[in-house]
Design a protein around this ligand. Structure first.
Ligand SMILES: [Cu+2]
Length: 151
């Protein structure tokens, strides 16, 4: 009796959860969208910077992995970073834990760049963003985003 009820009960709970989640999305989505509205010059900066994931980056003995290891960009000027994997193996650009925001969501564990692949991210908020490679955690990098000049 207990077992035969478990299936239907679980189904009811799952549907109830989905219902609540959909409802909350409906309520909160407009607020989130409004907060993330960014000025055109920041959403589409004229310039950007490139970080190469160099050959042999996977090698723990090699000093260079993300080159340059630290980049500084300015909102509205060059707040766009392009990572180019020119190594022969796959790497990730994964945000370090303890950070929040869009970069953390986008630069995730599943953000694998195969050999020869690129990934671009537009930073829209000032701050210091630290990241690493998921399979090779000794590979680390930093993006410093500075406020808009004159803002
Ligand atoms: Cu790697």
């Amino acid at each position: 009796m207990g077992i035969s009820l478990a299936g239907p009960l679980l189904a009811v709970l799952i549907f109830a959860s989905i219902g609540v989640f959909s409802y909350m999305q409906f309520i909160y989505l407009p607020t989130i969208t409004a907060e993330e509205a960014v000025p055109e010059n920041i959403a589409n900066p004229a310039e950007g910077v490139t970080v190469d994931i160099v050959k042999g980056a996977y090698n723990i003995q090699q000093a260079d992995s993300y080159v340059p290891k630290e980049v500084t960009v300015v909102l509205g000027k060059n707040n766009k970073v392009l990572w180019k994997n020119i190594d022969e193996v796959a790497h990730t650009v994964t945000a370090d834990s303890g950070q929040s925001g869009k970069f953390t969501q986008e630069a995730s564990r599943s953000r694998f760049l195969q050999a020869g692949e690129n990934w671009e991210f537009v930073f829209t908020k000032e701050g210091t963003y630290k990241y690493h490679c998921e399979p090779h955690p000794w590979m680390t990098g930093t993006v410093i985003v500075q406020p808009e000049v004159g803002a």
